[in-house]
Write a protein that binds this ligand. Structure first.
Ligand code: ATP
Length: 714
């Protein structure tokens, strides 16, 4: 019997864990801000110096938008006023402050982090950057030079916290039967007994895409027939989004109203783009600056401007802009106060009119799309949907999934994802709260342990969660595999590349589509020579023997938003040289650098490789395994890095990370690693090394090869 999850204690645990996660993120940002000078932060891409306000206007929701550009005093004569390269992106939370002197002491800087105004980056252009301010009456520092600095993103936490807070306030009679199923207090309604037979009406569906494969069709029928929950399990390259699109079209044929969400803007935009050719009446919520240009025509903002009611809203917007402009000209405190009062009134009026206009638009749409977080905006409060679909569901925190579920009225949920790839990144994994939650889970597991050999008959049960447990994981654990259907034909990898992950992780169920199963690099649709490398789907450069030892390094702050983490990382120079050599061989054979990706679990190795490869091969893509999830390339080289006498594998011990690493390549996968060290890491790693030994083109490079060929390798 599945053990039901106590909803109140679930909400309380989530709140504690979310708070620990926020604290971890704040601590990381504070450590950065307090221990580095503004110049270092700017070099690391986390701050922009020497700015001034170039204009202030009213944006969506009546919020103040400040545009910042480079201070003309720092722009050389005849130079373009372009902002130097930085890693601040749309959606980032930033503070705008008077710029501290370059020599400011650490403690002064720490205080500064609390001054100035905070806001969200709305638009990033070469010459300026726009920020929506959080507080309506915030006074932007003016006069001297300003700087802008990236802060921890606490806004997403706020919404998740509110959601979990609201969940925790419900009483027993508030729980709908749908919610009870989500917490195992009820079982999903039984499926029609003839679902798998031709007699069921769902077998007479007219498909919009006749090329759907059988597992995709079965998943769609299953999702249509399920009353409360359906999980669509899409291993790498199996057309998960393809299936979701067809599902949406079928639901629309049944005249149902659908809310489609994903954890990121890109996951949602991807669906909008693929639905657009089907002429679906849909609306995409979310700020236009965060949406892909191709999606804008479906965005609420653009539709609001082009609809009839829009004119009324525009009038007020103009009046507010004029008032904003006048504040800056006024020095008189009394006048300024009056203007703020007027603005407040106008803002109220603006919101009311805007709400009316927006409400009409949204209520008229059969498909509404938003990020999970965005679905919690006031626009959707209490609206009714027949089905909520979450794509990339295993990339979302459970609390994130509850944002739409608590906010709109819905009675059915479809999750599409792959719980065997990486879950969302968690920073507080080792916090006190996270450890306590893990312990509680282990205790539950122990209580449920069954005699060996009977395991299959028992469903795993997870009543307590860590932040890493996604809703997808928890539902699967709660109700067992009968609530999911797996897509089994993959359209990405050569069959040899697919084989190991299929056997080890997907019950040997994956099948390579005919179009891809024998594709090699030498067959790409441009001229590539037939070489020892281009004719091999898998190459293993085994560095065993101890000559290619790893190195530990303290990671410096890196350029760009994602590289904020400080701490211990690993690199391996010998492996990096082998990677370079392999890239050299591939490109010599005619493979374009743009068709090659080099990935590795360690940031220090990314940095090392970047220094060695970027200049010689500008088109090549380099990055962490985690950052490459969801992507694919013709040729992928994976540098495993770990090589030590103790068999320490750290990060590599995570199966889901390895799964991502080994399933990105379409035609050629080259693994560079030390089989001796790696195979000691886990049973899974041992099995992988054995598989490579038998099935890959196995090579034992010599450290001296890397010196000789280095010279010739560009
Ligand atoms: N039935 C099908 N017939 C032919 N090609 C298909 C079919 N289904 C999916 N594909 C192709 O497979 C590829 C992957 O599809 P899609 O982008 O939907 O995958 P996904 O599973 O969402 O991706 P990921 O593996 O990154 O999660 C696409 O190129 C798509 O056109």
């Amino acid at each position: 019997m599945p053990k039901p999850t106590d909803i109140l204690s679930f909400a309380a645990t989530q709140l504690t864990l979310l708070d620990a996660e926020l604290q971890a993120e704040l601590a990381e940002t504070n450590a950065l801000l307090s221990s580095h000078t503004p110049t270092t932060l700017s070099r690391a891409g986390l701050a922009i110096l020497n700015l001034t306000v170039s204009s202030i206007r009213t944006g969506l929701g009546g919020k103040t938008v400040v545009e910042l550009g480079l201070d003309p005093a720092v722009v050389g004569k005849g130079d373009k006023p372009d902002i130097p390269e930085h890693g601040i992106r749309v959606g980032d939370i930033v503070a705008v402050q008077d710029q501290p002197a370059g020599s400011a002491k650490k403690s002064e800087k720490r205080d500064l982090a609390k001054q100035g105004v905070e806001g969200v980056v709305l638009r990033v252009k070469r010459e300026n950057i726009e920020i929506i301010l959080d507080k309506e009456d915030a006074d932007v520092p003016s006069g001297g030079k300003l700087w802008l600095v990236k802060l921890a993103n606490h806004i997403t936490y706020k919404r998740m916290n509110q959601t979990m807070g609201n969940l925790g306030k419900l009483s027993d009679q508030d729980y709908t039967p749908f919610m009870r199923v989500l917490f195992g207090q009820g079982s999903p309604s039984p499926l029609p007994s003839d679902l798998n037979h031709g007699s069921n009406p769902l077998h007479k569906l007219e498909w919009n895409d006749p090329s759907l494969n059988d597992s995709q069709k079965e998943a769609i029928r299953f999702a249509l027939a399920s009353r409360e929950i359906a999980l669509i399990h899409g291993p790498p390259g199996t057309g998960k989004t393809h299936t979701v699109i067809e599902l949406i079209l079928q639901l629309l044929k049944q005249k149902l109203r659908i809310l489609v969400c994903g954890p990121s803007n890109i996951s949602v935009d991807n669906i909008v783009e693929r639905l657009a050719p089907h002429k679906v009446s849909m609306i995409r919520l979310g700020h236009p600056a965060r949406l892909l240009p191709s999606v804008l025509n479906h965005s609420l903002d653009v539709l609001t401007r082009t609809s009839e009611a829009a004119a009324l809203v525009q009038d007020i917007r103009k009046e507010m802009d004029d008032k904003q402009a006048s504040i800056r000209k006024t020095r008189n405190a009394k006048e300024r106060r009056q203007i703020y009062t007027d603005l407040k009134e106008l803002r109220k009026e603006f919101r009311e009119r805007e709400r009316g206009c927006v409400d009409n638009l949204i209520r008229g749409s059969k498909v509404v799309l938003a990020t999970l977080h965005g679905a919690g905006g006031f626009h959707l409060k209490g609206q009714e949907f027949d089905v909520v679909i979450v794509d990339e569901a295993s990339q979302a925190l459970e609390a994130q999934c509850w944002v739409p579920l608590m906010w709109v009225k819905a009675s059915k949920l479809v999750l599409a994802g792959d719980h065997l790839q990486l879950p969302p990144t968690i920073k507080s994994l080792n916090s006190k709260e996270a450890k306590a939650a893990k312990k509680a889970i282990e205790k539950e597991d122990d209580a449920d342990r069954v005699p060996a050999g009977k395991m299959d008959a028992v469903k795993p049960v997870v009543c307590t969660t860590t932040l890493e447990t996604t809703l997808f994981d928890r539902l699967l654990a709660l109700h067992g595999p009968s609530i999911k259907r797996m897509l089994t034909t993959q359209y990405r990898m050569h069959e040899n590349i697919m084989q190991f992950p299929s056997t080890e992780l997907y019950d040997s169920k994956l099948i390579a589509a005919d179009a891809v199963k024998h594709r090699l690099l030498k067959d790409v649709p441009y001229k590539v020579e037939d070489t020892d490398d281009t004719r091999e789907p898998i190459v293993f450069l085994d560095t065993q023997g101890g000559d290619f030892a790893e190195k530990s390094e303290d990671e410096e702050i890196k350029k760009g938003g994602k590289g904020m983490s400080l701490g211990d990382s690993k690199s391996n120079e010998g492996e990096a040289a082998l990677v370079k050599l392999h890239v050299h061989h591939l490109t010599e054979g005619g493979v374009r650098a743009e068709d090659i990706a080099v990935i590795t679990p360690y940031n220090a190795q990314v940095a090392l490789l970047s220094g060695m490869l970027k200049e010689a091969y500008p088109g090549i893509e380099l990055g962490s395994v985690d950052g490459f999830q969801g992507r694919e390339k013709e040729a992928v080289i994976v540098s495993l890095v770990r090589s030590n006498a103790d068999g320490e594998v750290g990060f590599l011990g995570e199966k889901r990370r390895l799964n991502v690493a080994m399933t990105r390549a379409k035609r050629h996968l080259c693994i560079v690693g030390d089989s001796e060290t790696v195979s000691r890491g886990s049973r899974f790693l041992k099995a992988w090394m054995d598989f490579l030994e038998e099935n890959a083109d196995l090579r034992y490079p010599n450290i001296s090869d890397t010196y000789v060929d280095e010279a010739g390798a560009g």
